[in-house]
Design a protein around this ligand. Structure first.
Ligand code: FS2
Ligand code: SF4
Length: 520
C-alpha cells in the first residue's frame, strides 16, 4: 500500500505498512483500484458522450468512498468498484490504461495527487448537495475532466493551471451546497447548544449530512428519544428547519479523534453519516451504524432507497432498547460541560455587517482571524488553542469545521455585542467565510488581501485540500497552514505556493501573531 493523502500520514511521508488511520493495505489497494476504475469510467463517458446523473453519482460517491476515515470495508469497496466496471462496460468502454498514481517525477506526483485529493474533497460536497436535490452541470462535469486529466501528462505550469481551475469550480460547489442547505433548512441563526446529556434514550449523529439528521429527527419525533450531534454535525443546531425539533437536545463530545474514548460504554447508538469514522472499540462496536458511503466490516449499515429516503427504525429500536443514561449526565469530563454557540454563517454575520464594519472603522476590532479547519490527534494541534487564547481582545475570530473544538469552549468575551468567536459552521462553510471577506472588502473598497484579516488553517483530510485550493484560486494570500505541511506537497511545489501565494507553515502562536500584527 501507499497512501499520503491525510495529515497524520506516517512520518509525514506516507503510510506503507498500514494506515495510521487504521486503514489496512488491502483496503488502500482496493481504494486505488476504485480510483483507477473511476478514471476509466470518466474517460469512457466523455469519449462516448454518455455522461448522466447515474455516472455523475458513481464518480462523486466513488471518490468520496476513498476519502480518509470514510470507508474501511473491503467488501463495500469491491462492490462499489464492480458497479463502476459494469457501468463502463455498459457504455462500451474498454480497459483504458491508467497511470501509476504514486510513481514518477516528485513534483508531478505531488501536483497529480493535489488535484486527485482536491477532487475527493469536492466529491463530498457535491454528494451532500445532491442528497438535497441540487446538482450543477459544471461541477459534475469537472469530475470527468479532473479524473481524465489526472491520467495524462502535463507540464508543471499546466498542472498548476488545472489546479487553479479546479479551485474555482470547487468554490461553485461549496456555493451550491450552501444553497442546498439553506433552501432545505433555512439560514442558520445564532444558537446555544447544550453539551450535557439528558437521561433516557438517545442517538448520537456524526458526520456532515444534514438530510440524514433531518430524516432521523422526523422519525424520532414523539418517541421519547433525544438526538445529539457529534463533531462536524454541531452546526446543524443553527438551522431553523432542524432546531425546530425540541428533541435535537445538544451536542455529544468533541472532535472526531476523541471518539474511541468518548464512545466508551455509551448506552446509545451512534450513526456515522460521513467521515470521520475511526476503527471501533469493543465496548461500543455493536452500537455503531453507518450509512451512505461510510462503511466498516461488520458494522450495521442503513441503506437508502433510490431517492435517498432512509428507514432508521433499527437505530430507533436500538436506542429504546439501550435506554440511555439513568440520570442526567454532565459531560464535564469530556468537554467541560459548556454551552457552545454556533450559527454564525454568512447570513447572520452579513445581517450584522454594519456592526462589524463599524467596529473595524472605530478601531474596536483591529484584526479578524479565520482560525478553522480540521482537528486531529497530532500533538502540534495545540497551537490553535494557544493561538486563539493569545489573540488580542480587539480581534474577532471566525471559525469553522471540527478544528474549533480546540477552543470553542473558551469564553473570549464580546465586542459591541458580538461574541469574539463566531462559529460559521462545518468545513464546507468556508464558503461563508469567503462571502464575509468579500463583503468586507467591498465595504472598505479594497481587495481581500488588504483587509485586516488572516487565515490560520488546520488541515487533516481531503476536504481541507479542496478548500485550500479554492482559497488560492481566489487569490487569497498569506495563509498560515498547519499543523504540518502536506506530505504530498513536494519541496518544489511548496516553493511555488510560497512564492505565488505566500502560503506558510505555522510556527509558534506568539511568533505568528507577532508577524501578523506587525509587532516585531
Ligand atoms: Fe473534521 Fe473529519 Fe469536516 Fe474533516 S470531522 S476532519 O472529515 O470534514 O473537518
Ligand atoms: Fe495514512 Fe492518512 Fe492514508 Fe490513512 S488516510 S493510510 S493515515 S495517509
Amino acid at each position: 500500500m501507499f497512501c499520503f493523502q491525510c495529515q497524520q500520514t506516517a512520518g509525514n511521508q506516507g503510510c506503507i505498512k498500514t494506515g495510521v488511520c487504521g486503514k489496512q493495505p488491502s483496503t488502500a489497494n482496493l481504494q486505488d483500484e476504485l480510483v483507477a476504475e473511476l478514471i476509466r469510467l470518466a474517460q469512457t463517458a466523455l469519449d462516448n458522450g454518455k455522461m448522466s446523473h447515474e455516472t455523475d453519482d458513481l464518480l462523486m460517491d466513488g471518490l468520496f468512498t476513498t476519502l480518509t476515515n470514510v470507508n474501511f470495508s473491503d467488501s463495500a469497496i469491491k462492490a462499489f468498484t464492480e458497479r463502476v466496471v459494469k457501468m463502463r462496460e455498459a457504455l462500451g468502454g474498454g480497459n483504458i490504461p491508467v497511470i501509476s498514481l504514486w510513481e514518477g517525477d516528485t513534483d508531478i506526483v505531488s501536483l497529480r495527487s493535489t488535484l486527485l485529493f482536491g477532487l475527493k474533497g469536492m466529491a463530498a460536497y457535491a454528494h451532500h448537495s445532491r442528497n438535497l436535490g441540487l446538482r450543477d452541470d459544471e461541477v459534475s462535469g469537472w469530475f470527468y475532466k479532473g479524473l481524465t486529466e489526472i491520467n495524462k501528462k502535463h507540464t508543471v505550469q499546466e498542472w498548476l493551471e488545472l489546479i487553479m481551475e479546479f479551485g474555482r469550480i470547487n468554490f461553485k460547489c461549496m456555493q451550491m451546497l450552501d444553497t442546498a442547505n439553506t433552501e432545505a433548512y433555512g439560514t442558520p441563526v445564532p444558537t446555544k447548544v447544550n453539551t450535557d446529556i439528558k437521561k433516557g434514550p438517545f442517538i448520537v449523529v456524526s458526520g456532515h449530512d444534514l438530510r440524514d439528521l433531518a430524516q432521523l429527527l422526523a422519525q424520532t419525533e414523539g418517541k421519547g428519544i433525544n438526538i445529539y450531534t457529534h463533531s462536524e454535525m454541531l452546526p446543524a443546531h443553527g438551522y431553523p428547519g432542524l432546531k425546530k425539533y425540541p428533541h435535537l437536545a445538544g451536542n455529544f463530545g468533541t472532535a472526531w479523534q476523541s471518539q474511541q474514548k468518548e464512545f466508551e460504554d455509551i448506552p446509545a447508538p451512534v450513526l456515522f453519516t460521513t467521515n470521520c469514522l475511526m476503527p471501533w472499540r469493543k465496548s461500543y462496536k455493536d452500537n455503531l451504524y453507518t450509512t451512505s458511503v461510510v462503511g466498516y466490516e461488520d458494522i450495521k449499515h442503513i441503506e437508502g432507497d433510490e431517492h435517498g429516503n432512509k428507514d432508521f427504525t433499527p437505530i430507533i429500536e436500538h436506542a429504546l432498547r439501550l435506554g440511555g443514561y439513568e440520570h442526567d449526565r454532565s459531560m464535564s469530563g469530556i468537554n467541560g460541560g459548556h454551552i457552545l454557540t454556533t450559527g454564525f454563517a454568512h447570513g447572520t454575520v452579513l445581517a450584522n455587517a454594519d456592526k462589524v464594519i463599524e467596529a473595524v472603522k472605530s478601531g474596536a476590532v483591529k484584526h479578524i482571524f479565520l482560525v478553522g479547519g480540521c482537528d486531529g490527534a497530532h500533538p502540534g494541534r495545540n497551537y490553535y488553542t494557544e493561538f486563539v487564547k493569545q489573540t488580542p481582545m480587539d480581534s474577532l475570530i471566525l471559525t469553522l469545521a471540527c478544528g474549533k473544538y480546540r477552543f470553542n469552549d473558551i469564553d473570549l468575551g464580546e465586542i459591541n455585542g458580538l461574541p469574539r468567536i463566531l462559529d460559521m459552521g462545518q468545513c464546507n462553510d468556508a464558503y461563508s467565510a469567503i462571502k464575509v471577506a468579500a463583503a468586507l472588502a467591498e465595504a472598505f473598497g479594497c481587495g481581500i488581501n488588504e483587509l485586516p484579516l488572516t487565515l490560520v488553517l488546520s488541515w487533516y483530510e481531503q476536504k481541507a485540500v479542496c478548500i485550500l485550493l479554492t482559497l488560492l484560486s481566489l487569490g487569497i494570500k498569506g495563509i498560515y497552514l498547519g499543523p504540518t505541511f502536506p506530505a504530498f506537497i513536494s519541496e518544489g511545489v511548496a516553493r511555488v505556493l510560497t512564492e505565488q501565494f505566500g502560503l506558510q507553515p505555522i510556527t509558534a502562536p506568539q511568533q505568528d501573531l507577532d508577524a501578523i500584527l506587525g509587532r516585531r
